[in-house]
Design a protein around this ligand. Structure first.
Ligand SMILES: Cc1cc2nc3c(=O)[nH]c(=O)nc-3n(C[C@H](O)[C@H](O)[C@H](O)COP(=O)(O)O)c2cc1C
Length: 169
């Protein structure tokens, strides 16, 4: 309750299957008093990491590239919970979401990894059912960063599960 949550939605379709899960999660999270900020990444200008390894000291603008990631850095720093949302694209997360996950490197380098004991959530949809590669990516990311996995909702129709998970945050 009263947690700050950011949702990084890597789906391109604003009213698609993933957005429905995201909205249900958001409704659940808000119903118990949490603050939620959702980023629809597809509409944002976010370039891929250039690998320059030159993270700066300003946590609001730690990356050498100045683009819409700055909106996310500002919210990420304060967030208690980070939600990764994506459709399955060729058995993994979308490139859009992966790009943002890569770009968080600059922020983590800037403030120090131990300053980010985040909690995280995975929301995904697919036509088939093979989420294994995406789940492995997610669990590897959060585990190695020392975050806590609060849950995963995998499946197009699972809006009730998404709401319930949101309401437990
Ligand atoms: C480029 C592309 C690749 C996809 N690859 C897969 C896949 O590997 N496995 C699967 O089950 N569905 C795949 N799908 C289907 C989507 O994951 C599924 O329709 C999803 O719910 C779409 O989410 P959205 O409505 O939020 O865009 C793919 C769709 C697209 C456009």
């Amino acid at each position: 309750m009263n947690k700050k949550i950011i949702i990084l939605n890597g789906a391109a379709r604003k009213n698609g299957n993933t957005a429905k899960l995201v909205e249900s999660f958001e409704d659940g999270a808000k119903s118990v008093g949490n603050q939620v900020k959702t980023f629809y990444l597809d509409g944002m200008e976010i370039h891929s990491c250039k690998g320059c390894l030159r993270a700066g000291r300003d946590s609001k603008s730690p990356c050498s590239q100045k683009d819409d990631m700055e909106q996310i850095y500002a919210e990420f720093e304060e967030a208690d919970v980070v939600v990764f949302a994506s459709p399955v694209y060729f058995w993994t997360i979308t490139g859009t979401l992966k790009t943002v996950a890569d770009r968080l490197y600059a922020e983590l380098e800037c403030l120090g990894y131990s300053k980010f004991p985040k909690k995280s959530v995975l929301l995904m949809t697919a036509d088939g059912g093979d989420y294994s590669q995406a789940v492995t990516w997610y669990r590897t990311y959060e585990r190695n960063l020392g975050w806590k996995n609060l849950g995963e909702v995998l499946g197009k129709g699972k809006t009730k599960e998404a709401y319930r998970l949101g309401a437990t945050i």
